[in-house]
Ligand binder design. Structure first.
Ligand code: SF4
Ligand code: FES
Length: 255
């Protein structure tokens, strides 16, 4: 099939960017989107021109490295799919595609389609771990975890940190990511000792990184390739409120 690409080119963080047009005359429907860009980059390299910079690693939808906007949708139009798992059969002959990096103050552009998502790492570093000594690995049945909690923790832990939620949010909010990282520990016994300290620190870091504030557009949930539910944002808000109340004697018990 034949496609026309309009790719955002920006040589460095401070440089001015612009769309660059590329005709792709022979795209196989079996290619993944990133393989199609590999073909474009081979051509550009042979022509002595700089290839399009984009992030990828696993190309299996599990590492969270890839991601950019395709026609204004983070990871493209197929739901529950990272751009590395998106195939060209999803597109029609003659389509025009506009590729842009994530647009967010907290994710500055590094080059072309690559952005710096270090802000996510710093949110994790602020509290997304268990630092108490939990001993060596136990037998799976030794720590009783109610099945609904185990399932919910697993759902939250599916977040791959890709940043699509931030990119699609009109506010540039990081609540979906942060809530997933908070909830997957808060739902397990190992996460209890540091639960309130964790949520306070991670939310404070999130705010300091320049992300916007959630106002329930739900765009994050719509584009999340791992189907993370905004229910977790409710979880985050409740735990954050409990953390603020925790100093009071009449604070409600944690559930
Ligand atoms: S919540 Fe979804 S969209 Fe956001 S970083 Fe995690 S996997 Fe990506
Ligand atoms: S390259 Fe790993 S999720 Fe896309």
């Amino acid at each position: 099939m034949k496609l026309t690409l309009h790719v955002w080119r920006q040589p460095s963080a401070g440089a001015r960017g612009a769309f660059e047009r590329h005709e792709m005359p022979d795209v196989s429907e079996h290619m993944s989107f990133l393989e199609m860009l590999d073909v474009l980059n081979d051509r550009l390299t042979l022509e002595g021109r700089p290839p399009v910079a984009f992030d990828s690693d696993c190309r299996e939808g599990i590492c969270g490295t890839c991601g950019f906007m395709i026609n204004g949708i983070a990871h493209g139009k197929r739901s529950l799919t990272t751009v590395c798992q998106l195939h060209m059969r999803e597109f029609g002959d003659g389509e025009e595609l506009w590729l842009e990096p994530w647009r967010s103050t907290a994710f500055p552009v590094v080059r072309d389609l690559v952005v710096d998502r270090g802000a996510f790492d710093r949110i994790i570093a602020a509290g997304g771990y268990v630092s108490v000594n939990t001993g060596s690995a136990q037998d799976a049945n030794a720590i009783p975890v109610p099945k609904p909690n185990a399932d919910r923790a697993f759902e939250a832990a599916a977040c791959i940190g890709c940043g699509a939620c931030v990119a699609q949010c009109p506010n540039g909010a990081a609540q979906l990511f942060t809530s997933a990282k908070v909830a997957h520990l808060a739902l397990l016994p190992q996460g209890q000792p540091e639960r309130l300290m964790r949520v306070e620190r991670m939310v404070a870091r999130m705010e300091a990184e320049g992300f916007g504030t959630c106002s329930n557009f739900r765009e994050c949930e719509a584009v999340c390739p791992k189907g993370i539910s905004i229910d977790f944002i409710g979880w985050l808000n409740r735990d954050w409120a409990r953390a603020r109340l925790a100093q009071r004697k009449d604070a409600p018990p944690l559930l």
